[in-house]
Design a protein around this ligand. Structure first.
Ligand SMILES: [Fe+2]
Length: 313
């Protein structure tokens, strides 16, 4: 049990505590949004020609959760260290998602989590507010073109300014918000971003091609045997390799108070290989192939070769 104020918390600041080891001690969520103008250099020196920013994102619930499953629940918080002229400054901000706005209005956690999801009291919602799940946009942060994006999975990405003010759901130049995966792969030769959108309700995924300026140029829908959680994929020079583990979404289980995410090892791991547009501008070419991998989450780097996947180059 931890009831001691975390070392990063300011004295006098309202704070909640938790017995959950992922929400206490050194892992307690950070509630303060800070601007530190000139960071102390403890040793060495910051190269004067180093200019840019280092950012990270993570699950950091603002309000004490109704239900919490690490690392699948929380609110996004971006931490950034900016370097310029031999100096460094720090800033952190919550990603102001639509669900977080609902909870800020209520002054408490409203949405459940993967183990205990909605429904939400309609009296707390305005038209257009999320009515079942929170998209916390806490899994990754990515810059593509002039766009800084906070990413979740199977949910719209949120665009932020370089100073971490949330602009809203990103549309990639289209009329609607675009859902992106946590890991999206930029082709090192073309600068095209390949993004994976999967569905938590339908047995389908969609690969998006987003040009170097941040404009959606093409999408490829693919059907799957079941609605599956797909955290990552592999991009080679010529291929996309999709690895589909046996973690599936079960809306009926969620409605009965069970975990929305179900582990079904009897389904095995399946794979699918697509020839990417980077190599073939005339279109996509997709075919399934079997594989014995047990990959579930993040993927290692890969390269194309005659043995990369069971399809012709
Ligand atoms: Fe990951």
């Amino acid at each position: 049990m931890n009831s001691v104020m975390p070392p990063h918390q300011r004295a006098g600041e309202a704070f909640w505590t938790s017995d959950d080891p992922h929400l206490s001690g050194n892992f307690a969520p950070i509630q303060s949004e800070l601007d530190v103008a000139d960071l102390q250099v403890i040793s060495g020196a910051i190269p004067p020609d180093l200019s840019g920013a280092y950012m990270r994102n993570g699950p950091n619930p603002q309000f004490k959760p109704v239900s919490y499953t690490y690392p699948l629940d929380g609110d996004g918080m971006i931490h950034a260290v900016y370097f310029n002229n031999g100096r460094a400054r720090y800033k952190n901000r919550f990603v102001r998602t639509r669900a977080l706005d609902v909870e800020r209005r209520a002054g408490r956690a409203v949405y459940g989590g993967f183990r205990q999801s909605g429904p939400i009291d309609p009296a707390l919602l305005k038209p257009g507010d999320p009515d079942f799940f929170k998209n916390g946009a806490f899994i990754n942060v990515l810059r593509h073109g002039d766009h800084l994006l906070a990413l979740s999975e199977a949910s719209p990405a949120y665009e932020l300014t370089a100073e971490l003010e949330t602009l809203g759901e990103w549309t990639a130049g289209t009329a609607e918000p675009i859902s992106l995966g946590a890991h999206n792969r930029r082709h090192p030769r073309t600068g095209v971003l390949f993004a994976l959108e999967y569905s938590v309700q339908d047995p389908a995924v969609c690969f998006h091609e987003i040009d170097p300026s941040g404009r959606l140029t093409r999408s490829l829908p693919l059907t799957l045997p079941s609605a599956s959680m797909i955290h990552d994929f592999v991009l080679t020079d010529r291929f996309i390799v999709l690895l589909i583990g046996p973690a599936i979404f079960d809306m009926a289980a969620a409605a009965s108070g069970q975990s929305f995410l179900q582990w079904r090892p009897d389904l095995g791991t399946r794979s699918r290989c697509c020839r990417s547009m980077a190599a073939n501008r005339s279109g996509w070419n997709s075919r399934p192939f079997s594989c014995s991998t047990s990959q579930m989450a993040s993927s290692a780097a890969a390269r194309s070769s005659s043995t990369t996947c069971a399809t012709r180059a």
